[in-house]
Design a protein. Structure first.
Length: 88
């Protein structure tokens, strides 16, 4: 059986995608969480794509991933937001 690939840390530009309800303050809320977990987070790289009906959106960001604990905490913080449906 093939071994699961390991992520080497630190990992620059580690991609994260958040699927959430579309809301006018969603970007600010996502950016706030990202900055708590990556002090060097660049807000200008946030990409938002709305669903065809505009009910949901996909928020794409990238962070400097420093370890599994950071990624786990970031995932948990994002899911605390009631607008967030899924974090990839």
């Amino acid at each position: 059986m093939a071994e699961t690939p390991k992520i080497e840390f630190p990992q620059a530009d580690y991609p994260i995608r958040v699927i959430a309800d579309n809301h006018e303050n969603l970007q600010e809320q996502i950016v706030e969480v990202m900055k708590r977990h990556d002090e060097a987070f660049r807000e200008e790289i946030v990409e938002i794509v709305q669903s065809s009906k505009g009910s949901y959106c996909s928020v794409r960001v990238a962070i400097l991933a420093t370890g599994e604990d950071q990624l786990r905490a970031l995932h948990e913080d994002l899911l605390k937001n009631p607008l967030v449906r899924l974090v990839l």
